[in-house]
Write a protein of this length. Structure first.
Length: 186
């Protein structure tokens, strides 16, 4: 069974891939992120935080919040001869493109019906914009966080403990352990 936060992550990634943002199909999850600026603009999605709050005294029902972390990076390249483009500085181009990309990400995710159908509420959305101009090719980066709230209830119809214990007692491992490690009264 796939974790629900991974299902949310995959749904968001697919929505961004299909939407035609500046990043085109360069939308990645944590396990597939390229590290070279030549592949920018690009978007990476992760689900680093999953918080469950009990809805009552029973342990089977929770109000869960999954934080969807979105990182978008843009880097305009120098021309083929290594000189910057004459009309607009690369840093300014990267910054403008990043603002467009973050707006696209927000619009796509908040209006993607399959993703919104998976949650009860988007409880918060934040964006932090950073710039790294330490090299000739300045990188603009946005770190976005979208908190997605949903309810989760676990089925209480699990296997009875008696049956589980009987299965354990009948296993070869258990029988060998008892025979080799326990006194005769075990």
């Amino acid at each position: 069974m796939t974790l629900y936060r991974i299902q949310l992550l995959d749904c968001a990634a697919n929505a961004l891939k299909e939407a035609g943002t500046l990043a085109e199909n360069r939308v990645y999850t944590a396990r597939s992120w390229p590290t070279t600026p030549i592949l920018y603009p690009a978007i990476i999605l992760q689900a680093p935080l999953d918080h469950a709050q009990s809805t009552g005294k029973t342990a089977v029902s929770f109000s869960r919040t999954v934080s969807l972390a979105i990182r978008a990076q843009v880097c305009f390249q120098l021309q083929g001869d290594g000189t910057p483009t004459p009309d607009i500085p690369l840093a300014a181009k990267s910054e403008m493109a990043l603002h467009i990309l973050t707006e696209q990400i927000e619009a796509v995710l908040l209006t993607h019906i399959p993703l919104m159908a998976m949650v009860e509420e988007v409880s918060s959305l934040s964006t932090e914009v950073l710039f790294d101009s330490s090299s000739a090719q300045p990188v603009a980066e946005a770190r976005m966080r979208m908190d997605l709230l949903f309810s989760q209830t676990y089925s209480s119809g699990g296997e009875p403990v008696e049956r589980i214990m009987t299965s354990i007692r009948e296993s070869d491992y258990y029988q060998n352990f008892i025979k080799n490690h326990c006194p005769s009264y075990c």
